[in-house]
Design a protein around this ligand. Structure first.
Ligand code: TK8
Length: 334
């Protein structure tokens, strides 16, 4: 698996290099640059995507024209990023977990309970470790533009109000295709099964899987609550969104276009994070109105999950997968 993934990256980078040589003209005769941008499903990301497009247009005096494809209409996260590496797509957004095998320091974000609240998450993502991981994306042909909030992931199912790991014994839980998530759910006693995001709604609806885990923004944007009765606020892991751009395409932008794009992305990132937090409150109110059973865990119940993560040395598994495991300890210092 790992070897295949690595070969794939190498192949994609070589292919991307070849394509960039004879690729599209950077700017049209009228000085405009057109970019295609594939985005994810939560409303906070869609809103920030629209702002990014609008601001980039404004800051470039109307010469940066970005076409926005929200809500994974161009495909699941991993294929979108692969298309960005080869240059078929210019900019894309993905959960870090879905592409960790392409750039293995991203596994750091899969460590359960690495961040305990939003502010700590922002501080750590924006600190030197987060920024080094972003710039490291260049080694696979991507410009790391930003880390957005996906949010703390929560457990949903149709059977029982889950509070502690003991409640999920034997549950077939869909996870992302990510070894750290699989290991964590096995340690909790569940039967995790990786599945592409695009297949998840139907799998929940038909009962092929008992449960899944995602942040509130994704649960709501994809209406998982219509097929899942219980939403447990386990907040077991915070997996950010990473926004990436084809590196050659980015480097070929004029300095003025690059600065317009960077400024627009910085502003969009600020708005996205604010909106993500605001919407979590709105979504919880909506779930209450819809009679979804939202299970708030006590501190002791949360600790029961954390204890299993520690006992099963999940952080060591994370580090074993990272190219620079020292980044894990360094991030935990601030
Ligand atoms: C959506 C994904 C996704 C991820 C997953 O774009 O697969 O569970 O959380 O929802 O980024």
């Amino acid at each position: 698996m790992k070897k295949i993934a690595l070969l794939l990256v190498v192949a994609l980078v070589i292919c991307g290099t070849a394509m960039a040589g004879g690729g599209r003209d950077q700017a049209g005769a009228d000085g405009t640059v057109r970019l295609r941008f594939g985005n994810v499903t939560p409303d906070s990301a869609v809103f920030a995507g629209e702002e990014f497009v609008r601001l980039a247009h404004e800051y470039s005096g109307g010469t940066l024209i970005i076409e926005h494809f929200p809500r994974n209409q161009l495909g699941n996260d991993l294929p979108m990023v692969e298309n960005t590496i080869v240059g078929d797509l210019d900019i894309s957004v993905s959960s870090t977990s879905s592409i960790a095998e392409l750039y293995r320091d991203l596994y750091l974000f899969d460590a359960p309970f690495l961040f305990l609240d939003h502010q700590q998450a922002f501080r750590r993502m924006d600190g030197s470790v987060g920024q080094r991981i972003l710039s490291g994306m260049e080694s696979i042909g991507l410009k790391g533009l930003a880390l957005w909030e996906n949010g703390f992931r929560n457990f949903t199912n149709n059977r029982v109000p889950v509070r502690v790991p003991g409640d999920v014994q034997g549950f077939v839980v869909r996870t992302m295709d990510n070894e750290v998530h699989l290991a964590a759910w096995r340690a909790f006693g569940a039967n995790p099964t990786p599945m592409a995001f695009g297949e998840l709604f139907t799998a929940l609806q038909q009962g092929t899987v008992d449960a899944q885990e995602n942040p509130l923004g994704i649960i709501d944007a994809n209406n998982f609550q219509s097929v899942q009765r219980h939403v447990s606020l386990t907040q077991h892991v915070y997996t950010p969104f990473i926004v990436v751009m084809n590196l050659r395409r980015y480097n070929a932008l004029s300095p003025a276009h690059r600065s317009a794009l960077d400024r627009a992305m910085a502003e969009a990132t600020r708005l996205q994070r604010e909106e993500s937090i605001r919407l979590e409150g709105v979504i919880l109110e909506k779930f209450a109105r819809e009679n979804i059973n939202v299970v708030h865990l006590t501190a002791a119940e949360k600790e029961a999950w954390q204890r299993i993560v520690i006992e099963n040395q999940i952080l060591d598994r994370v580090k074993a997968r990272m190219a620079n495991p020292g980044l894990a300890d360094e991030m935990m210092r601030y």
